[in-house]
Design a protein around this ligand. Structure first.
Ligand SMILES: *Cc1c(COP(=O)(O)O)cnc(C)c1O
Length: 370
């Protein structure tokens, strides 16, 4: 494939192996070792609200579960949008709560405030709300924040693909104290292999850190929890990633601008609304028809690998036996089959755009005639 969907960039071993000297010297390879602590400090300073602290974990899924354990949602309900990856509902199930699936906004594809308010009226036993930042866009979430604050409800933000840039106007987090959870998976921009990062006010981070460490109390009794810790080897990669990532994101933004310029002239495709200060993990295009295997094949024949994300939506995708509740989902139902994400690279060059443009045009013309 000339344009594979993903070209993950992870710093080469020469860059990160030297960091490990500190871990070998301390004979400390996990359990919040020296590199994990150093990286969490650097990331908190770079990406989080000044009053926040951060902790690294083994994945975004583990971070979400630890946050739900820390809030203590067992036996209660947790709200999430239908348009998200499996990790979000799986963390809710693992925490022993029942997901209440809400609809999304048609313009920005995030949790719809009206659907959220209706769900809260219908379900008095909601213990937390998860707002998902789809495709790593970093948008203003004040509508959700205000609804949660007015009902005194904890808010978790699944910002899995959003790390690498800060929140739209300042940094991730606010005086409301929502918990932001990020993935450091190989397919994200801040990529170390498997990993995650959670930011929250210090008292909440202390509870989340405990949940990630089997829920242990000081006296060795334990609350709900898991092993969600990160090891020193992945923290070493992260210490190199944080030095290199801004350069990659500058290039990814140029690739996104290339697509913006291309799609502006095509009214049948919705342009991305207010993506915020995104690291451009993905470039989604919302088509006016379903993207099926035939459409994916059209792109593949022209050398472009496309991917569907967050499809099917949670309510259609979950086949397990646990209880799940859903609000009406007309917007998610009408949109979830129509997204295609295009390749977006950290080594984009204008010449590459010149090769891509006619192939993109041929694929889009063929699909419009299907
Ligand atoms: C990628 C992604 C995840 C998964 O993160 P892991 O680190 O693999 O657990 C969760 N939620 C969303 C919205 C994602 O895009």
């Amino acid at each position: 494939m000339l344009f594979p969907y993903l070209k993950p960039v992870i710093p080469p071993p020469e860059a990160w192996v030297p960091h490990l000297e500190a871990s070998y010297k301390a004979k400390f390879f996990s359990n919040f070792g020296p590199l994990a602590v150093r990286l969490a400090e650097q990331m908190s300073e770079t990406y989080l609200h000044p009053s926040y602290e951060g902790v690294l974990c083994s994945s975004n899924t583990a971070g979400l579960l630890a946050a739900l354990n820390a809030i203590d949602v067992y036996g209660k309900k947790v709200i999430l949008p239908d348009f998200t990856f499996a990790a979000t509902p799986q963390a809710i199930f693992a925490a022993g709560a029942t997901p209440v699936v809400c609809d999304i906004d048609p313009m920005i594809w995030e949790l719809c405030p009206k659907s959220l308010a209706a769900a809260l009226d219908q379900h008095p036993d909601v213990a937390a709300v998860i707002h998902v930042r789809p495709f790593g866009f970093v948008r203003d979430i004040s509508a959700t924040r205000e609804i949660c604050a007015s009902r005194d409800l904890p808010l978790i933000v699944d910002a899995a693909a959003g790390l690498g840039k800060t929140d739209t106007d300042h940094r991730f987090g606010s005086d409301h104290g929502e918990i932001e959870v990020f993935s450091l998976h190989a397919t994200k921009v801040f990529a170390i292999g498997e990993g995650g990062f959670v930011g929250a006010p210090p008292d909440m981070i202390a509870k989340i850190r405990r949940a990630m460490n089997f829920g242990f109390n000081r006296d060795r009794t334990y609350e709900d929890g898991l092993n969600g810790k990160i090891d020193e080897f992945r923290a070493a990669i992260g210490l190199s990633t944080i030095e290199m990532i801004n350069g990659w994101i500058d290039v990814r933004r140029q690739h996104a601008e290339f697509y913006d310029a291309y799609f502006e002239a095509l009214p049948q495709h919705k342009l991305i609304q207010s993506p915020g200060n995104s690291p451009w993990a993905q470039y989604p295009v919302l088509f006016d028809k379903d993207i099926d295997n035939a459409a994916i094949g059209v792109f593949a024949d022209l050398g472009i690998e496309i991917k569907k994300y967050y499809w099917p939506g949670v309510n259609n995708a979950y086949r397990g036996r646990r209880p799940i509740e859903a609000m009406p989902l007309p917007v998610s139902e009408s949109l979830q089959n129509r997204f295609a994400c295009l390749p977006i690279y950290s080594d984009f060059k204008p010449e590459l755009g010149s090769i891509m443009r006619p192939r993109l045009a041929s694929a889009i013309e063929a699909i419009s005639e299907m």
